[in-house]
Structures are given as C-alpha cells and as structure tokens.
Write a protein that binds this ligand. Structure first.
Ligand code: HEM
Length: 127
C-alpha cells in the first residue's frame, strides 16, 4: 500500500464500514432514547445509508452521492430532536462500534475525533 492510500483503504476498506454500521444500528435498536427516533422497521436501510456516507467521506466509493445526492447532514437531521442527551446516546453506541474495529490506534483516533465533531455539529436543540 502506498502512502497515498485513502483513509478508507488504510482502515480496512468496505468490511470495516459495513461492520461499523451494523454494530452501531444493533445498539440503536436497544437504546431507549435513540430507537424511537429511527424508522419503526427496516433499520437495515438506515444502516446502509450511514455506511455509504462514511465510506464516501473517508475516500471510498461514491455510492452515497449517487443514491442520495449531497449529504446536507444538518438539513437531513433537522426533522429529529437532537439534544445533548441524544448526542451522548448516539456517541455511546458509536464508541462501542468503533472499539470493535481492529486497526492502528491512530486511525481509530482520527475516525473518532471526526465522529465526535460531527455529532456536536448535528445538535439542533438548545441546552
Ligand atoms: C448526534 C446524534 C445523531 C442522531 C440522534 C442521529 C439521528 C439520525 C436519524 C434518526 C436518522 C434517520 C435514519 C435513516 O432513516 O437514515 C439519521 C440519518 C443519518 N445520519 Fe444521523 N444522527 C446523529 C448523528 C450523526 C452523525 C454524527 C453522522 C455522520 C457522521 C450521521 C449520519 C447520518 C446519515 C448519513 C444519515 C442518513 C442520511 C440520508 O441519506 O437520509 N448522523 N440520523
């Protein structure tokens, strides 16, 4: 692998993002704060959207954009009541999913710091 390999490749490619999204959504189904915010069934489709978005963000395939257009994450989350409690719950599920990845710690740290910042950015309710 060359030094020009994308983050997507360096962290392990498709399988890593698929595992991350499916682990995350398995935890969402058990979370009393998050579960009611998500579609009543078919969390598989939601897991796929998150997986495709993260793959594209980190330099992998651009399938998300082909299927969904510009991510516009703030706008797409406007319909949901995202307060501090929801942010913490989302990150708790995501932390557990990120912890499962087997890769260099520095890659994990980079991924995690992005996710923390993005979650903060998506809070849309005042304290
Ligand atoms: C801060 C807490 C967050 C909450 C409570 C939350 C909640 C939700 C909900 C309820 C959905 C709809 C599920 C669906 O049908 O797709 C959704 C979609 C999505 N979320 Fe979040 N989210 C949060 C943070 C994030 C973060 C940090 C990211 C990215 C790093 C993200 C990326 C996405 C994506 C890509 C979609 C699908 C958008 C689409 O194409 O429709 N979310 N989120």
């Amino acid at each position: 692998m060359t030094s020009e390999a994308s983050f997507y490749d360096r962290i392990g490619g498709h399988q890593v993002f698929e595992n991350l999204a499916s682990h995350f959504y398995a935890l969402v189904t058990q979370d009393p704060i998050l579960r009611p915010m998500y579609p009543p069934e078919d969390l598989g489709a939601a897991a796929r959207r998150l997986m495709l978005f993260l793959e594209q963000y980190w330099g992998g395939p651009k399938t998300y954009g082909e299927e969904r257009g510009h991510p516009r994450l703030r706008a797409r989350h406007a319909a949901f009541h995202i307060d501090e409690e929801a942010r913490v719950a989302w990150l708790r599920c995501m932390k557990s999913a990120v912890d499962e990845i087997e890769c260099e710690q520095s890659l994990k740290d980079e991924l995690w710091s992005y996710l923390e910042g993005a979650a903060q950015f998506l809070v849309n309710q005042p304290q």
